[in-house]
Ligand binder design. Structure first.
Ligand code: PLP
Length: 369
């Protein structure tokens, strides 16, 4: 998880823990009575779970979600015992005792997971904590309607379990006008009415913005904590969290007609100045940004020209004065004025993928927290 710091990095990644904590507080403020968890799976969306989660703990967060048990085992010692670490995937068959040993709470997604966890509780002769997930219209994780029938017809199914929450996950929450949201909410309410649990959790980042009906007792935001816009097509209320600055390693002047980069996919139409920056697709600068991406120097937007290579991108810096960009200059690849959502739009993806693709060749600096 904690990548070693490169001694001679081609780029600097600055992660603002204070902004992440402010984003958590802003989400919590929208929730009124409900509590606010933090989803820190995939190494806190690429930003470093061992830095992010303790900072959020100090801000008041007590519920942390990861996807894999290994992520949880790595995170658990970094948090105070009064924080709860939940594992979204639940236990793989045979891995149940690991959850007990490491004080982790599984999300139980299927009857086999529920059965194995109940049998362990019975064997240990103690109540074991769990979240039960029901699928309300995503067909990904959680009890199917048929499995839910089995559980509600036979209350013995939940014996020995300390059910903390019943949860579900929204498929289209960022699209506020989508009727699928309301349909999932209705199915979730119907499932809750049949289960003996009073506490519930439905909203991800975008779900927080769907209104109080979706808040229940615990929201589970991830992306919005890290500055990704939670509502499609609306201004982003979250603070930006990352700044990525790439280093220029060479500049050159080329004449009109000179082809640039792999496959000669860009040809200069004028006398041009080209800068080579030491960030490529191996660093998470997606190849789909070839001839489509922008970087920024001061307030000037500069286009990526030619194909993104594994270790480099080429930038047309003709718009700047001759000596402005030199070997060693830093150019903003992402930052407050060039957000992850904009970068994602240029790349034809979502901010989540931009963040989780960030490579481990960057020098990382953490601010605040
Ligand atoms: C990843 C995930 C979240 C967080 O989603 P965001 O859209 O990043 O806020 C919440 N709940 C579940 C089940 C998830 O898998």
């Amino acid at each position: 998880m904690s990548a070693r710091q490169p001694l001679h990095p081609g780029a600097l990644l600055t992660i603002d823990l204070g902004a992440i904590c402010d984003n958590w507080r802003a989400l919590k403020a929208r929730l009124a009575a409900a509590d606010c968890a933090a989803v820190v799976k995939a190494d806190a969306y690429g930003l470093g779970a061992l830095k992010v989660a303790p900072a959020l703990y100090r801000a008041g967060c007590r519920h942390f979600f990861v996807a894999h048990v290994d992520e949880a085992i790595a995170l658990r010692p970094a948090l105070h015992p009064d924080a709860t670490v939940y594992v979204l995937h639940g236990p793989l068959p045979g891995a149940e005792p690991e959850f007990v040993v490491h004080d982790l709470v599984p999300v139980l997604n299927s009857l086999p997971q529920l059965t194995a966890w109940r049998e362990l509780a019975c064997k240990l002769d103690r109540q074991l904590p769990a979240i039960l997930q029901v699928d309300t219209g995503m067909a990904r994780l959680g009890l199917s309607p048929q499995e839910l029938d089995v559980v509600t017809d036979d209350r013995e199914q939940l014996r020995g379990l300390d059910l903390r929450f019943v949860m579900s996950h929204l498929a289209s929450a960022e699209d506020q006008a989508n009727p699928a949201n309301r349909a999932q909410l209705e199915r979730f309410r119907a499932a809750l009415a049949r289960l003996p649990v009073t506490r519930a959790s439905l909203a991800n980042s975008s779900g927080v913005f769907l209104g109080a009906d979706y808040h229940f007792d615990l929201a589970r935001p991830g992306a919005a904590l890290y500055g990704v816009a939670p509502v499609a097509g609306a201004p982003n209320p979250m603070r930006p969290v990352i700044r990525l600055q790439g280093r220029v390693i060479q500049t050159r002047i080329i004449e009109a007609g000179t082809p640039v980069g792999y496959g000669h996919s860009w040809i200069a139409t004028r006398h041009s100045r080209i800068a080579t920056v030491a960030v490529g697709y191996a660093d998470g600068y997606l190849r789909s940004l070839s001839n489509r991406g922008y970087v920024q120097f001061d307030v000037i937007r500069l286009p990526v020209v030619g194909k993104v290579s594994m270790d480099t991108i080429l930038i047309d810096v003709t718009a700047l004065g001759d000596d402005t960009i030199r070997e060693g200059s830093l150019i903003d690849i992402a930052g407050p004025d060039l957000g992850v959502d904009e970068l994602a739009a240029h790349a034809g993806t979502i901010g989540y993928e931009i963040l989780t693709s960030l490579g481990n060749r960057y020098a990382r600096a953490y601010l605040g927290g």
